[in-house]
Design a protein around this ligand. Structure first.
Ligand SMILES: [Zn+2]
Length: 169
C-alpha cells in the first residue's frame, strides 16, 4: 500500500463488505465480521437460507401479503446471526462490523453473547420497529454503536493496491 495502511475499522468493514458478496439474496446482501479485543477476526457471516437446506424449495419473495411461509423472512438467517452461530470462540467484549444496522433479533443474540460494540455501514431501516427495538436493546445492555464513514479515496486506495499486487505477478 503506497500511503498509510488501512485503519482497523476500514479493514474490518471491508471484510464485512466482502462477506456480503457471498449472499444470494437478490435484494439485500449483508455481511458481518466479529473481532476480538486484539483485532483478531473471530467469525464472519452473511445473510442466507438455513445452512444445508434445499434452497431450491425456498422463496426469495419479500411480499408478506403472500403469507410469511411464502417469503424469505421465514427461512433466512441474518449475517450477524450466522457470524455468531459459527464463532469458534467466546464473543465476550467483541466488536461486530456489519454492513446494515442489526435488527432486534440479532441485537438480542449480540447482547446475550457479550458483544460490546457494533460498527455499521448503513442504517437504511432507521426508525422502523425492529430498528428502534434493536437500539433500545443496545442502550439497555450498554452496547455501543456507531456508523462507519468511508473516507474519501478508500476504494481507490484498495483498487490501486490490488492492481499493484496483480502487476507484480
Ligand atoms: Zn437481524
Amino acid at each position: 500500500m503506497s500511503k498509510a495502511p488501512l485503519t482497523w475499522d476500514e479493514y474490518f468493514m471491508l471484510q464485512a463488505m466482502m462477506a456480503s458478496t457471498r449472499s444470494k439474496d437478490p435484494s439485500t446482501k449483508v455481511g458481518s465480521v466479529i473481532v476480538d479485543q486484539k483485532n483478531h477476526q473471530i467469525s464472519m457471516g452473511y445473510n442466507g437460507f438455513v445452512a444445508g437446506i434445499d434452497e431450491s424449495q425456498l422463496p426469495w419473495s419479500k411480499d408478506l401479503n403472500e403469507g410469511l411461509v411464502n417469503t424469505k423472512y421465514a427461512y433466512v438467517v441474518h449475517a450477524e446471526a450466522n457470524a455468531i452461530l459459527h464463532a469458534p470462540a467466546s464473543l465476550e467484549g467483541a466488536r461486530c462490523y456489519v454492513t446494515l444496522f442489526p435488527c432486534n433479533e440479532c441485537a438480542k443474540l449480540m447482547a446475550s453473547k457479550g458483544i460490546k460494540e457494533v460498527i455499521y455501514l448503513s442504517d437504511k431501516h432507521l426508525n422502523r420497529d425492529h430498528n428502534v427495538a434493536a437500539k433500545k436493546i443496545f442502550d439497555l445492555t450498554g452496547i455501543e454503536y456507531r456508523q462507519f464513514e468511508i473516507s474519501e479515496g478508500l476504494l481507490n486506495k484498495i483498487d490501486d493496491h490490488l492492481k499493484k499486487l496483480i502487476s507484480d505477478l
